[in-house]
Design a protein around this ligand. Sequence first.
Ligand code: ZN
Length: 120
Amino acid sequence: MSEEGLSPQQKSELEDALATLKKELEQSIEEASEQVKPVSLDNPIGRVTRIDAMQQQKMAEASRSLNRAKLAAVIRAQNSLTSGNYGVCIECEEYIGLQRLKAKPETCLCRDCQEDRERG
Ligand SMILES: [Zn+2]
């Protein structure tokens, strides 16, 4: 095994981290879904309150779509743990590195490739 690869112990720690992250994301998506419900025009609430509610709704929507994307990444990472290619960058096939995986267990890109993507 390459010394840059993950040990079974490290893999199981990251597996736990992913499971926890998944639970948290599912919960925040559910909570956001409550807030995203349309603001009823029949509600006897003041105009300012309605604007507040709509703003909150927009924020909830934005965070929900971010969390959904993150959840998809978590599930992809869990699948790659099962198939055995977890921790390897999907772009350059280099090891992502334990420090980065610990900080962001759902990532499928190494730092260099992530930066390339962000630069567009
Ligand atoms: Zn890479």
